[in-house]
Design a protein around this ligand. Structure first.
Ligand code: SF4
Ligand code: SF4
Length: 267
């Protein structure tokens, strides 16, 4: 349990938020917009082991080696009440990121995120029951939703400068006061998350150079050509180092296959 005396404002923030999870599953979909879930490398390994150990398949597919994609800005567009994977968003984002593209067309990025389906729902959401298929090993980002703290500015030793940011969630203001045990649990999880993100960040800094993210932009046209040919290349930077990933555009999302053999579009 966290030291309550050192974090009175944090606990108070949780208390007055009146938060209780309604199990609506909206945070695992695009109901509130971009729902990308950043993963720390050790979380990726935990999820992979869990999928293998429990023999968990998603729509009949073994995705234990393909449930992540490089961190990239939003790749979905809204279509009425639905969201849809949008190739043009990738193209637009390449232009936005042109100063973090190497001369030979690879995009430098920080880490990986969870893969989603064509409509932006997390691949691990059971849409019939609104439950998480990897609940025991779900990422800290999911465990602490709808709250997060800016770990750059937190003094972890003294647990000060902790600014809690609240995301959109139907569970906020659903009760008059957040239960004490939930406040304490959230405070502990958020501090754990901040400490681990900060540790990973310090390790990652040893592997990256500032010019990865201040390139001339000359690689943009190569990246756009790659995209036309159906793939993109990334240099993924995280606490383990910098490694290259080449990904087919169609692998940015999971093409869910229904039991009758059709996919989400009924094809
Ligand atoms: S955290 Fe919020 S959005 Fe997510 S399932 Fe609970 S109530 Fe719904
Ligand atoms: S990992 Fe689980 S909790 Fe997190 S977004 Fe996916 S389904 Fe939701």
């Amino acid at each position: 349990m966290p030291d309550q005396s050192s974090m009175p404002s944090v606990l108070e923030t949780f208390r007055v938020a009146g938060y209780s999870c309604l199990r609506c599953g909206k945070c695992c979909t695009r109901a509130a917009g971009d729902n990308s879930v950043y993963l720390m490398p050790d979380e990726i390994e935990s999820i992979r082991s869990f999928l293998i150990q429990k023999n968990i398949q998603i729509d009949g597919q073994d995705i234990s080696s393909s449930f992540t994609v490089p961190l990239f800005p939003d790749i979905y567009s809204e279509n009425g009440d639905d969201s849809v994977f949008d190739l043009k968003k990738i193209s637009d984002n390449l232009r936005l990121l042109q100063n973090q593209i190497s001369e030979d067309g690879a995009v430098y990025t920080f880490g990986e995120m969870l893969k989603r389906t064509q409509n932006g729902t997390c691949v691990f959401l059971d849409t019939e029951t609104n439950t998480c298929k990897i609940y025991d090993v779900r990422p800290l980002l999911c465990q602490t939703y709808p709250f997060f703290i800016d770990f750059y500015n937190v003094d972890l030793e003294h647990r000060s400068n902790v600014d809690v940011i609240e995301c959109e969630c139907d569970g906020v203001a659903s009760v008059s006061e957040t239960d004490n045990s939930i406040c304490n649990e959230l405070a502990g999880l958020l501090m754990t998350r901040a400490r681990r993100e900060k540790e990973d960040y310090e390790k990652m800094k040893k592997h990256i150079r500032a010019d990865y993210f201040l390139t001339s932009g000359a690689g943009l046209s190569q990246a756009e050509d790659d995209l036309k040919n159906g793939f993109l290349r990334f240099f993924v930077c995280d606490c383990r180092g910098v490694f290259e990933i080449k990904i087919r555009v169609n692998d940015f999302f999971l093409n869910t296959v229904k039991t009758d053999g059709t996919d989400e579009k009924g094809i």
